[in-house]
Design a protein around this ligand. Structure first.
Ligand code: CTP
Length: 397
């Protein structure tokens, strides 16, 4: 699979080095799309950027051409990594404050990928507490700073602030593109509840928060997997570095899963509603004058986990389900493993309100051959432990 980078070039004399960076990325067979800010275009021309990158250059937020062709959301969705080089003091300040007054800053705020930032500026600007404050903000927000070097600057002064050399930036890009034990694998995760419509204003739902499924998607992505998360309605932000498809009902979740196949690993953590209303009404149900309540006829929803695990054409190598049980947890989980034909089940005791919406959980990993009890720990820690088991399993094959 060919990797692709979104390169944002902002206003600094170091922009000339970005031309070399684009050329070097092409040599590594990495596709590059570029955003050139107004400041950047003072130093290098859109034509040279377009010629070297073999792609159109994106410059304007409110441009019919740029927005119709790619749009500021898709620009980061279609890249594996976002690189800001050079990153001017002004663009770093915008990132720190979530400002979106041009295409570069709006794209950065909307980005769902790791962002590498290679600052370039005069020493006084670099050392100014405002810049350092902004840098620590964007670091906290997840950006990786490629530290500038020291030396003679274009302004004639000597000191730190010179953009890192192209080789250093390339090394940082390689590190983030090619690391992770799950690099090259594709994973599908379902998460959250599904809502089944009764009428346009009412639905049948459940208490799932989506915390566990979202944490698993994030952990898989952290270890290098290319993750699609199919999420029911939750209050959670989309995890970084993950492609998220938002759905409402079980039918929609099934269709989104089908669209995400084939994949190597599937983790079904969603609390899918087992039943839906057979005929949801197009108009809001009104109370009857005689006080009689409506009768809802329920029919079974498709079983998404079983569907994926028994897929005739695209069964993933590893299919993992969850079992929410209130009694006989392990027996029921083992039976579910067989019935649905999945490889592992993460068995979850949900009696007395445990697990749902809690931040900690204690689970048992049930496979055809073994059972592992994991102590009470955060859902993030469970996600990490599950991913470690996935990595071990894959390397043993
Ligand atoms: N699941 C699914 N589609 C459904 C129901 C469940 O994909 N329509 C998946 C869940 O994501 C979970 C596993 O099946 O990974 C088990 O869910 P659970 O609610 O424990 O089991 P059910 O199959 O619903 O069986 P029961 O409620 O009878 O225990």
């Amino acid at each position: 699979m060919r990797h692709s980078i979104l390169l944002i070039i902002s206003g600094s004399i170091a922009a000339y080095k970005s031309l070399d960076l684009i050329r070097r990325l092409q040599e590594h067979d990495i596709a590059v799309r570029c955003i050139l800010t107004k400041g950047g275009a003072q130093f290098i021309t859109p034509l040279s950027v377009a010629s070297l990158s073999n792609n159109p250059v994106y410059e304007e937020l409110f441009s019919l051409k740029d927005e119709a062709e790619m749009g500021h959301i898709r620009l980061s969705r279609e890249a594996d990594l976002v690189v800001v080089a050079p990153a001017s003091a002004d663009l770093i300040a915008k990132m720190a404050n979530g400002q979106t007054d041009d295409l570069a800053s709006a794209t950065l705020l909307a980005a769902n990928k790791k962002i590498l930032v290679a600052p370039a500026m005069n020493t006084q600007m670099w050392q100014h507490p405002a810049t350092q404050r902004n840098l620590s903000h964007i670091r906290e927000d997840g950006a990786i700073i490629i530290e500038p070097g020291a030396g003679l600057l274009a302004c004639g002064e000597t000191g730190s602030g010179r953009m890192a050399e192209v080789e250093t930036i390339l090394a940082a890009i390689s590190k983030h593109l090619y690391t992770g034990a799950l690099h090259g694998t594709k994973a599908l995760v379902t998460s959250g509840p599904t809502y089944e419509a009764i009428d346009p204003v009412r639905f049948i739902g459940n208490h799932s928060s989506g915390k566990q499924g979202h944490a698993i998607a994030a952990a898989l992505a952290r270890h290098g997997a290319n993750v699609t998360l199919i999420s029911g309605p939750t209050a959670l932000p989309d995890p970084k570095g993950v492609t998220v498809k938002h759905i409402t009902s079980a039918e929609e979740m099934l269709a989104a899963c089908e669209a995400a196949l084939p994949c190597d690993i599937a983790v079904c953590a969603a609390a899918v509603a087992d039943w839906k209303v057979s005929e949801p009404t197009a108009r809001k149900l009104k109370k009857a004058k005689d006080g009689e309540a409506p009768e809802l006829r329920l029919i079974e929803n498709p079983d998404i986990l079983a569907h994926i695990a028994q897929h005739p054409k695209d069964r993933p190598n590893l299919v993992i389900g969850f079992a929410a049980e209130t009694e006989n947890v392990l027996e029921n989980a083992a039976a579910k493993l067989k019935r649905k034909a999945c490889d592992w089940i993460v068995a979850n005791d949900v009696s007395e309100g445990k697990a749902f919406n809690a931040t900690e959980n204690s689970v048992t990993l049930v496979t055809a051959k073994s059972q592992q009890n994991w102590p009470l720990q955060s859902k993030e820690a469970i996600a990490e432990q599950l991913v470690q088991n996935i990595i071990t399993h894959r390397s043993a094959k």
